[in-house]
Design a protein. Structure first.
Length: 147
C-alpha cells in the first residue's frame, strides 16, 4: 500500500465522519536515515504534491525526521530558562509551599511530559534537561532565601 493510497483512505474516512483533511495544514514527515530522508523530497498526494518536512509538531512534541529529539530538547530549554525567573519576581508574595508547588508543576509539565519519548537520547541532550532541573531548584532556593 502506497502513501498516496493511505492518505486517500484517510481523506475518505474523514469525509464520511464529517471532517475535512486540510492538506494546506497537513505536514508530512519522513522518518529514516539521512540517505533515506534526502531521497524523498516530494510526495504526490490527492492531486497535489506535498513537500516533506524536517520537523512535525504533535501533542506538544516536536519530532524531527531522524528522531534525535534535538529540536524538542532545544525548544524545552528555550522555554524553561524564562519560566523559573518569573518565580523570582513574585518571591515575596508567595509562601515556601506555594513556590515549591510552582517549581514542581513546572518540572512536571515541561520536563516530565512525554518523557518516554526521550528514552535513549544523546547524553548532551540529557545533560541540558538536567541543567534545567537544577536551574529550577537554584531559582527556588535563591528566591526564597533558604539554603
Amino acid at each position: 500500500m502506497t502513501l498516496s493510497v493511505c492518505v486517500t483512505d484517510i481523506s475518505q474516512w474523514s469525509s464520511t465522519s464529517r471532517l475535512h483533511l486540510n492538506m494546506a495544514k497537513s505536514v508530512l514527515i519522513w522518518l529514516g536515515s539521512c540517505q533515506q530522508v534526502d531521497c524523498l523530497q516530494e510526495v504526490p498526494i490527492l492531486s497535489s504534491s506535498v513537500t516533506t518536512a524536517d520537523t512535525a509538531w504533535d501533542l506538544s512534541m516536536i519530532m524531527n525526521c531522524h528522531l534525535t529529539m534535538l529540536v524538542q530538547v532545544s525548544s524545552m530549554c528555550r522555554s524553561a530558562y524564562c519560566s523559573p525567573r518569573q518565580l523570582h519576581q513574585v518571591n515575596r508574595s508567595v509562601s515556601v509551599d506555594v513556590a515549591k508547588t510552582v517549581v514542581n508543576r513546572f518540572i512536571s509539565r515541561r520536563l516530565d511530559y512525554c518523557n518516554s519519548l526521550l528514552y535513549g537520547i544523546y547524553n548532551i541532550l540529557l545533560w541540558c534537561l538536567h541543567a534545567i532541573q537544577n536551574l529550577c531548584i537554584a531559582h527556588l532556593i535563591t528566591s526564597l532565601g533558604t539554603v
